[in-house]
Design a protein around this ligand. Sequence first.
Ligand SMILES: [Zn+2]
Length: 489
Amino acid sequence: MRKSLKMFFGVFALLLVTICVMLFRTLSVSKPTETRSVADQVLIVVDKNLVAQNLAKAVQFKTVTAQNREDTDWQVFLDFQAWLLETYPDFYKAVQSQQIETYAQFHVWQGSDPSLAPIVFLAHQDVVPALEADTGWDFPPFGGVIADGFINGRGTIDDKGSLIGLLEAADRLVASGFKPKRTLMFGFGHDEEVSGSGAKAIAELLKSQGISPYAVIDEGGVITTGMPDVKGPVARIGVAEKGYLTLVLTARAQGGHSSVPPNYTAIGALAKAIAAIEANPFESGLDKVSIAMLKATASEQEFMGRLAIANLWLFKPLVEKKMREIPTGRAMLGTTIAPTIIKAGFKENALPRDAVAHVNFRLHSRDTVASVTEHVRRVINDKDIEISLSGNIGAEASPISQIGSGPYLWLEDVVNQAYPGTIIAPNTVLGGTDSRYFALVTNDIYRFAPYVLDASDFSRFHGLNERMSIENFAKTVQVYHLMLKTAGE
Ligand SMILES: [Zn+2]
């Protein structure tokens, strides 16, 4: 009796200590109040209507890249570049410029201190198509119409907002007499939306010159508001980017009349293969980036959320389960599987001799192109199904950039100064950006454009009614100015 009583108290005490530790950890979750300041920098004054007009003008150049290079109107890119030269004369005078792959631009603003590694700012000139006849647009997609406080049109967010924002900022910085200590480089790719060959060539050029940048800054993360995980503003710094792979599965079988089908049919075998891939998902779970993201945003969660995040040693499986319930959460945790194309058959009473499917994978950093291909081969377990890589780009997941040290601290400083009180959280970018090629020369790639986007704006990316508010764009120019200045000092 005494022994069991002792045990009861022992278990009770242990439980009490555990609860106390959990509560202590939960209550110590607080919004970061520390605001480091690089200096007493203030944002410059920007004529918001003037910069809005320039972004609107940039939209009017239909720099649309078509899937096949020969279907693209490349003259428009040259016209666009002539306009940039005319509009940002101070910038173009200060930099050494090179045309890369004819249409991409690489500019170097030489710094005075050769011991400082350069920093690279990327933005792409091209945009995805938009049907002018599509009645879903409130304004013509290439009209660059300014109305109701917004600049409307394709590219205002992706990615002319960054490109023009950087040029507006850099042009002003040159005009102010600023001389950078650190070399500032600018890479303006011409085909990000199809392959990124321009950015790739710029990265290879740096490699050939033995240059390893201090950091590369590109699109991919923004300041979000109204998101499902956190409603308030969060600066999402993309410290990692998922890889990309499409596998083509081809099933072959005897064709013939459908009245006497064999046991093995091309369509049947292909269907089983796709079902097998979907039934065997890749390893999924929290990693360094998603844990840092959760911790950074924990203060915005309700008590139970904070309790779980502060005590991942106990609640990790529960948090992962919750995240898997939403597609973006699931995509952050592991390699995703998406069958995107299927082609087979030509007549309802004839068996096709082959059936082809494309399955697109976005690779988590724990997987590689080789390991995903091997996994697929194993789970399909049918030697008669041919597995090949699609001719399109395949890319390994990016390295993970420094979080909480190095260039990350500089970005934190910029955000703290420009958007005081904003939460700053690292993030994995789920799509692809030009910056992936720069893994060749540095591990420190940060995907962050300083605009504020609301949850409802995300459907405008590559979608209808892409737009940027005049206020938002003017602020973008101011923040890029701060970024360039503090990077160059
Ligand atoms: Zn883009």
